[in-house]
Design a protein around this ligand. Structure first.
Ligand SMILES: Cc1cc2nc3c(=O)[nH]c(=O)nc-3n(C[C@H](O)[C@H](O)[C@H](O)COP(=O)(O)O)c2cc1C
Length: 381
């Protein structure tokens, strides 16, 4: 098997088969089936919201590469008059820097430094992208998920219902038939905002926002994921956030860390270390929580498996889809294809290698002759 894996790794470096998951199932007896918000997907690797899911061309590239799902860039909610309470998040900023970032323990990782925030074009443009995503989803080609940032009030203030109703209603109209998957972003930039100093305020948002969004779709089918941030408090508060968000259908854990000095959000090994530590703490505390999706510093198949062992049914990546081309072992294909090639087939760091190793170690067992990715998540639960 290791020889076969090395051969596949070399061969697919020149071009990844679109249905890599089917190949892995047939050759290695490994079933990578995963879930995002209750939708069954062929493998757990998807794209997090950001600058890599802004237009139909990017969706087409990801569909062709065989990515499992894509979260669209976060749009800033508005009311019927076009007014947006989170206006400050809709800044236009094009300059992104992909750079090395050493972790506190010295390990070298990657981060993307960027000072922009949400969607900076019109809401109608966003709805056109949602329509395209809904078509791809219904065709079973690529699960595509809109993402929204809505009004977040101070503790003594009411929510601006009109913003929730108008934005969610129009997205649901654009989506059309079938269950609408939606992510609500509690952005990392929030961590730099004065409001983010209010623990009670954050917990109230997490408790009350799901109800506001559900009320806004008038009974149409909706599944809601909350993307939680890394707040500027300790691990215990991260657990408090997980507990407060129990009304969501899934939780995406956790968005980037905040660099107080540089005034930027960042990733790298510090991010995966913190996220995995907190998710394991939640498991040990037997915290009752919705389904989990991992995000943060997933740069190898091994990291995908670590998030699975912490309970995550799928993972959303951003930085790893944006590295300089020379960092991927593949020599052809889109960045999405090259990233998937490394994550799945790398003979040491890839998912296939990692799952075979877990089998040898007696952690994962074949059922019906197959090793199953979702068994790892279930073990964690
Ligand atoms: C340039 C950039 C823009 C991002 N924009 C958004 C966004 O609009 N909404 C959101 O929910 N997350 C956003 N993210 C967070 C990513 O989706 C992802 O969760 C995070 O970067 C951690 O994953 P990574 O370490 O693989 O990058 C952004 C990240 C980057 C680097």
């Amino acid at each position: 098997m290791p020889d076969r894996l090395t051969r596949d790794f070399e061969r697919f470096g020149g071009g990844l088969p679109r249905d890599a998951a089917a190949h892995i199932r047939e050759i290695y007896g490994i079933d990578l089936t995963a879930r995002y918000l209750g939708f069954t997907i062929p493998h757990p690797i998807g794209k997090g919201s950001g600058q890599l899911s802004l237009n139909a061309e990017q969706l087409e590239t990801d569909r062709a590469a065989g990515l499992a799902f894509v979260i669209l860039k976060t749009v800033i909610a508005e009311d019927a008059g076009g007014s947006r309470s989170m206006e400050a998040w809709a800044v236009h900023e094009t300059r992104m820097k992909v750079e090395r970032r050493p972790a506190a323990d010295g390990r070298e990782g990657w981060t993307v430094t960027w000072k922009g925030r949400g969607w900076d074009r019109s809401f109608d443009d966003y709805l056109a992208l949602v329509r395209r995503g809904a078509e791809l989803t219904r065709a079973g080609e690529l699960l595509t998920v809109p993402s929204v940032k809505y009004h977040l009030p101070r503790l003594e203030e009411p929510f601006r219902e009109e913003e929730y109703r108008h934005t969610t209603g129009r997205i649901a109209d654009a989506w059309g038939a079938g269950t609408l998957p939606l992510e609500k972003d509690f952005s990392p930039t929030l961590a730099g905002d004065a409001l983010a100093d209010e623990r009670a305020c954050i917990l109230r948002w997490l408790r009350e926002v799901p109800g506001r969004i559900r009320a806004a779709v008038d009974g149409r089918p909706l599944r809601l994921a909350l993307k939680l941030m890394n707040a500027r408090f300790d691990d215990t508060f991260q657990l408090d956030m997980l507990a407060a968000a129990a009304e969501a259908d899934a939780l995406v854990c956790f968005n980037r860390l905040w660099d107080e000095q540089g005034r930027v959000a960042y990733g790298g090994w510090d991010l995966s270390a913190r996220n995995l530590r907190v998710l394991h703490e939640a498991r040990q505390a037997k915290l009752h929580r919705p389904a989990l999706v991992g995000t943060g510093d997933v740069h190898s198949g091994r990291l995908v498996l670590e998030y699975a062992r912490a309970g995550c049914e799928s993972v959303e990546l951003h930085t790893f889809f944006q590295l300089p081309l020379g960092e991927y072992p593949a020599t052809a294909g889109s960045r999405t294809q090259r990233a998937l090639h490394a994550l799945l087939f790398h003979p040491v760091e890839g998912m296939v290698a990692g799952m075979l190793e877990l089998e040898r170690a007696g952690v994962l067992h074949r059922r019906g002759g197959e090793l199953r990715y979702l068994d790892l998540c279930e073990q964690a639960a």
